[in-house]
Design a protein around this ligand. Sequence first.
Ligand code: GCU
Length: 687
Amino acid sequence: KLSGYEAWLRYDKVKDDQLAAQYQAWTATIAAGSYKQASPIASAINELQLALPKLIGITPQVVIEPSVKQFLAIGVVGSSAYLDESLIGPMAALSHNEGYVLKTITKDEQSYLAIAGASEQAVLYGVFHLLRLMAQGESIDAISLSEQPKYNLRMINHWDNMDGSIERGYAGRSIFFNKNELLADSPRIVDYARLMASIGINGMTINNVNVHRPETFLITEKLLPQVAKFAAVFRSYGIKLFLCVNYAATIELGEVETADPLDARVKEWWKQKAKEVYAAIPDFGGFVVKADSENRPGPFTYGRDHADGANMLGEALKPFGGLVFWRCFVYNCHQDWRDRSTDRARAAYDHFKPLDGRFLDNVILQIKNGPMDFQVREPVSPLFGAMPNTNAVMEFQITQEYTGQQRHVCYLIPQWKEVLEFDTKVKGEGSTVKEIAAGNIHPYTHSGITAVTNIGDDANWTGHHLAQSNLYGYGRLLWNPDLSSEDIAAEWARLTFSESAVVQQMLVDFLMESWSIYESYTSPLGVGWMVTPHYHYGPDIDGYEYSKWGTYHFADHKGIGVNRTVASGTGYTSQYQPDIAAVYENLETCPDELLLFFHHVPYTHVLHSGKTVIQHIYDTHFQGVERVEYWISRWQQLEGEVDAERYNHILGRLQHQLENSKDWRDIINTYFYRKSGIADEQGRTIY
Ligand code: GCU
């Protein structure tokens, strides 16, 4: 296998002999009771059998009744005498069906390490936890811990098309599809499921939210048997399979000539469809829908609203326990830049907020983290938390569409943590996104987090080796959002670059700075965009400025930024709670990093930092490039400390990042120098 394929499941040999001996003593014999083939417990045992030979050079013996003095006992709580609740103890984790306990226990003459889960899936999570400890060289001699996930829905969305391409994919082609066929027997699917289960992912869509004609057929007789094969692999790893559906499938498949959600024939068709899907996949998760968005069909065509559309599907799935994820990425994508009253940032809130309370309880609104579209910096979507009577999940983007497309290093965990820590105040202080998504602020029936993933069929899954950290961190954050970005990076680095502590430390330090570096040489102060249209890579300041997409920066010779105030702009700020609205509305209090998102200001406007906007632009753009140069020199000091393949691959990407960051620097600086006519205080070269 090529370098990087194992990602964080490398299981490199434990170098410390004492630790290796300790691990051997606990794991050479595994008491697992009886279990079914292709179940999460079978997957857990499989993982131990795969990992232990690599980590500590032993092949464990799996038994029902161990006669040895020391062993590992795994299973659902109460499934054997070793895992009796009286021994495990009443741990909070076990009240959550995905919670588990790891505990060393001595009973009679025997000592064992118990991995007791509230469910089979939880046992699998517990085993991955143990392996993570071992791969990081932690002692497991006296262990007593319990874990449960913060979020119930921990989803991954693929934007894979059946022709094998991936929308906004930067790591090769689809692992699920090729030439309109399903790669249902690909061994890679199992390895992918292992990676996802190891970070606690429990739900997944495999096809793009933009459902074209071929993917519309995924829910038909013709393709369901193959979809069911994916579902079977995922099932054994505790992951539910979902599909994105075409809102107008009735029309596309030639079954009913309308997709009016209130038409009885349309309703009936979806009910039958749900029956068929569940006959093929009894534990099918449900549908994800992009409707009335970027030219996709939806209920608006029939004069209906989004509650009508979502509920029509919700009703069909309800008898089977299925869910509908209904995306809120709905905005006018046929705008005129002269029209200053229409504001794309307002759209999701304006469309959905009035519908609160109208959605069925198996419908979940899927809301992007920011009001625009996964920019390097955006405020938190004001829609999140604004609908107390409607289930919601937050949608992040792991694939680096606007953050360097896996050619630049941009560790996104700090960005997501800022979003999660944001206090919306919708129910007073402490109404953080973190708690809303957990269903702790409004009593949602379903909630959690989802994200567009960054993997493809590249040998290392993510294109850039370092982009693996975003996928790893995403899962870890959904399990426990209180982990720090730094701790997650360190954990990932130890698991993935186990060779050398120096390498690990360098990577952690670099990852922690990388978002700020990327932000510094791209679009300034929260204004966003300025990217090459369609591709969204590299600078093109006016690329979208006169287009229909509603993504303007309004730079002219006097100033820059979008006036979203109530006082004189689009009024977007009013979508936040009054305290927060006031902070953004007021130039004095609006944070620098979002200044141009909320205000149009002259280039001479002085920031809280004491610099003018124009000088800030120059300084950050020169510094951004210097910072990339600095990290390249740090990486170059590590030659020989990390395997040559990964060393060279990363170096190559860093050198490209440097070249591209220079483009950004020069194009941005030149543009704003020309527009403003104001020279750089330090007289640096501006082309
Ligand atoms: C972005 C992205 C599209 C995607 C869309 C979505 O606009 O560029 O490729 O389809 O988001 O989230 O639906």
